[in-house]
Design a protein around this ligand. Structure first.
Ligand SMILES: NC(=O)c1ccc[n+]([C@@H]2O[C@H](COP(=O)([O-])OP(=O)(O)OC[C@H]3O[C@@H](n4cnc5c(N)ncnc54)[C@H](OP(=O)(O)O)[C@@H]3O)[C@@H](O)[C@H]2O)c1
Length: 243
């Protein structure tokens, strides 16, 4: 049975991906930082007796803690087949107001976290001669967004990481792709002003925000056997917003 690690899956897109992979027969393992109750509820929702759901309260930006988490997963479940680097935050500010800590926190949470998990799981996937890595980027990393210098840079960085690792790991049957959502209804976008949401809606050809399940199903496809010949790609799921 496949083992999938999904980072930042207590809420939002990560949670939906974790549930979708569980539904499709994977053992799921996820981490989170603050939302303990939501994490416990997700574990409770996974009731099948033939597979597991494990939660770790581990900051994805903490390199040694991630190494320890992955070691523990390997010892408990024996293998790691899928890694979805989803953990992410925003801290939007114009560059003239952005403090050093605003930059560092977003880059550490969104980009360094993906390095941390890739670094920890790739030796295992290389030995297995198989694996799927999916990095949750954003259209902000493709087109850039005003007020999101830190976030856009982190999400563009994930695309570079994706392409480099696709070239490095392809010969061992490990695919590495990025998924770039547009505007998806989660806690992250709930804080945007109504005026800003309205102006965005006018720019989305499908005239609506996306739902987490719509991201989860594409993510599940990209880490499935059906996507065996797709690597190094950035798949936009954005209702046509960024083209
Ligand atoms: N929503 C969108 O429109 C959109 C668009 C493009 C890309 N994305 C990307 O999709 C991903 C998920 O976004 P979302 O909208 O689902 O966000 P969300 O609803 O705010 O959920 C973020 C998740 O990440 C976890 N997390 C945050 N910092 C973490 C850390 N340091 N270590 C481990 N877990 C951490 C949170 O757990 P805790 O609550 O426990 O901290 C939570 O489970 C992010 O990478 C985001 O950039 C989202």
């Amino acid at each position: 049975m496949k083992v999938a690690i999904i980072t930042g899956a207590s809420r939002g897109i990560g949670r939906a991906i974790a549930l979708e992979l569980y539904k499709r027969g994977c053992n799921i393992v996820f981490n989170y930082t603050r939302s303990t109750q939501a994490a416990e509820e997700l574990v409770k929702e996974c009731t099948s007796t033939d597979r597991q759901a494990l939660a770790y309260q581990v900051d994805a930006a903490d390199f040694p803690a991630v190494q320890d988490m992955v070691k523990d997963v390997k010892s408990k479940l024996g293998r790691i087949d899928i890694l979805v680097n989803n953990a992410g935050i925003t801290n939007d500010k114009l560059i003239v107001r952005m403090k050093e800590e605003d930059w560092d926190k977003v880059l550490d949470t969104n980009l360094k976290s993906a390095f941390n998990f890739c670094r920890a799981v790739t030796p295992i996937m290389l030995k297995q001669e198989s694996g799927r890595i999916l990095n949750i980027s954003s259209i902000s990393g493709i087109v850039g967004m005003a007020g999101q210098a830190n976030y856009s840079a982190s999400k563009a960085g994930l695309i570079g990481l994706t392409k480099a690792l696709a070239k490095e790991l392809g010969s061992r049957n490990i695919t590495v792709n990025a998924l770039a959502p547009g505007m998806i209804e989660t806690d992250m976008t709930a804080t945007l002003s109504e005026d800003y949401k309205k102006s965005l809606l006018e720019q989305i050809p499908l005239r609506r925000f996306g739902q987490v399940d719509e991201i989860a199903r594409i993510a599940a496809f990209l880490v499935s056997e059906d996507a065996a010949y797709i690597t190094g790609q950035v798949i936009q799921v954005d209702g046509g917003l960024a083209m």
